[in-house]
Ligand binder design. Sequence first.
Ligand code: 5GP
Length: 189
Amino acid sequence: MRKGLLIIISGPSGVGKGTVREFIMNDPTLNLAFSVSCTTRAPRNGEINGREYFFISKQKFEEYIKEERFLEHANFCGNYYGTLIDFVDELRNKGKNVIVEIETNGAKQIIEKLNGNDEISIFIIPPSLDELERRIRGRKTETEEVIKERMKKAEEELKLAPLYDYVVQNINPVQCGEEIKQIIKNKLK
Ligand code: 5GP
């Protein structure tokens, strides 16, 4: 059986990665699975342990780092986030094309390790920084301080676009999702 692809989807926080990912994952022909990351941040309303994230303590996260269980990990706005090697490999070995939806420091770490054959990296960009701020505010999940921090970080993150195989603008989730689906289909040919 062919090993599944590793599909890295990155972009600044609030750009709509999650919505686009959900749209893409609704297409059964792509045989996709989502890499559930570990995080030390608190669950938001409606988030379920093991579905959006594995919500773990800082101490446990640091143990996992020592045990080299992460493909990549990063500190984002005061919390750890990391992709589990075993979680991703098990799915890929079953032939699933695995979507890793992560921030740019982590994506950079994976891209540097890639051999390019069974992997694609995609960077989602907002139509503008103003639009990004509007979207983050619209989510109403972050405090003013966190919004400012995330906007500052977004400006830095956008500079990393040239590292990726593909850059896709998210004007709306359907257009952006369709473009990404096409990228994946071309890779699967
Ligand atoms: P949020 O707190 O909004 O769920 O996520 C914050 C940021 O962390 C988002 O950009 C999200 O894509 C990213 N993220 C989620 N999981 C991981 C991960 O495993 N590794 C890294 N490096 N970033 C992640």
